[in-house]
Design a protein around this ligand. Structure first.
Ligand code: COA
Length: 260
C-alpha cells in the first residue's frame, strides 16, 4: 500500500484500510484522476488479505465529497456522458461487490457523486455538520453514478423523489431520521466512531461477513443491474439538451451553488 496518489490517500491501521478523498480545496470533487486512483485503491484493498474493513472519508472538515468535478461536464456529449456514467457506476459497484465491509465516514458535504459514493457503502456515519444532497437538477441533469437506483432502495421512493426531483439537501439529523445515514456524531468524534465500527466488523469471521454482505446484496442485485443501465441512458440523453450546457455554464460562471 505504499504507492503515492495525488487525489486520494490510502493508509492502513491494523486491519482497516482508509481511503481518503484528497482534493480539499475543491471539496474533494471527483475528477478523472481521482476515479482512476479510487478504482485502483479499491482493487488493492480487495486483494490485501490483511485488510478486513475499509473506511472511505474526505480530507478536511468541510466536505466528504461535493460530487463529480463539474468542470468535466462541459466537454460531455451524449456518447461520452454514457461512458462517464458507466465508468463511475463500475467504480462504486466495486465497493458494493467487495468481499469486505465498507464504511463511509461523511465529514461534511456529500453531494451528487459524493452521496452516490456513500450510498454504495455498507454503512454511513455522518458528522453533525454533514449536508447530503443530489443537486443535479440545478445542472439540468440527473444523478448518473447510481443514486437514482440506490437512493430509493435506501430511503424509499417518496423520499428519493424529494431529494432527486427537488434537489433539496438534508442535514445530518434529517438524514438520520430518513435512514440515509446510520449514525450522527460530533465532527471531532467521527474518526473514532468509524474506527470503533471497523473494529467490531474486524472481529467477525471474514468469510461470514463476506457471505452476509453477498446475501443481503442479492436482494437488490438484479434490479440494480438493469436500473443502472437505465440511469446511464437517461443521464446521457440529457447531454443532448441545450439547457444542460446552459445550466452547467451558468453554475460554473456565476456560482449559483450557494443555494444548495
Ligand atoms: N466540481 C468542481 N469544483 C467544485 C465542486 C464540484 N462538484 N464543488 C466545489 N468545487 C470547487 C469550487 O468551484 C471552488 O473552487 P475555487 O476555489 O477554485 O473557486 C472550491 O471547490 C470551493 O468551493 P466553494 O463553492 O467556494 O465552497 P463553499 O463552501 O462556498 O460551497 C459547496 C461548498 C459544496 C456547497 C459548493 O462548492 C457546491 O455547491 N459544489 C457543487 C456541488 C454539486 O453540485 N455537486 C453535484 C455535481 S453533479
Amino acid at each position: 500500500m505504499s504507492k503515492t496518489y495525488t487525489t486520494i490517500k490510502l493508509t492502513k491501521q491494523q486491519q482497516t484500510a482508509w481511503i481518503t478523498l484528497n482534493r480539499p480545496k475543491k471539496m474533494n470533487a471527483i475528477n478523472a484522476t481521482m476515479r482512476h486512483e479510487l478504482s485502483e485503491a479499491l482493487d488493492k484493498t480487495e486483494q490485501d488479505n490483511n485488510v478486513r474493513c475499509v473506511i472511505v472519508t474526505g480530507e478536511g472538515d468541510k466536505a466528504f465529497c461535493a460530487g463529480a468535478d463539474i468542470t468535466e461536464f462541459q466537454q460531455l456529449t451524449q456518447e461520452t456522458a454514457a461512458e462517464f456514467s458507466r465508468k463511475g457506476q463500475q467504480i462504486f459497484s466495486k465497493i458494493e461487490a467487495s468481499s469486505k465491509p465498507v464504511v463511509a465516514a461523511i465529514n461534511g458535504y456529500a453531494l451528487g457523486g459524493g452521496l452516490e459514493l456513500a450510498l454504495a457503502c455498507d454503512f454511513r456515519l455522518a458528522s453533525d455538520n454533514a449536508t447530503l444532497g443530489l443537486p443535479e437538477m440545478k445542472l439540468g441533469i440527473i444523478p448518473g453514478w447510481g443514486a437514482t437506483q440506490r437512493l430509493p432502495w435506501t430511503v424509499g421512493v417518496a423520499a428519493a423523489k424529494r431529494m432527486i426531483l427537488l434537489g433539496d439537501s438534508v442535514n445530518a439529523t434529517e438524514a438520520l431520521k430518513m435512514g440515509l445515514v446510520d449514525k450522527v456524531v460530533p465532527q471531532n468524534q467521527l474518526k473514532a466512531e468509524a474506527v470503533e465500527l471497523a473494529q467490531r466488523l474486524c472481529g467477525w469471521s471474514p468469510a461470514a461477513l463476506k457471505q452476509a454482505k453477498a446475501a443481503v446484496n442479492s436482494v437488490t442485485k438484479t434490479f440494480l443491474e438493469s436500473g443502472l443501465r437505465k440511469e446511464t441512458d437517461l443521464f446521457a440523453l440529457l447531454f443532448s439538451e441545450k439547457e444542460t450546457q446552459k445550466r452547467i455554464q451558468s453554475f460554473l460562471g456565476q456560482g449559483n451553488k450557494k443555494e444548495i
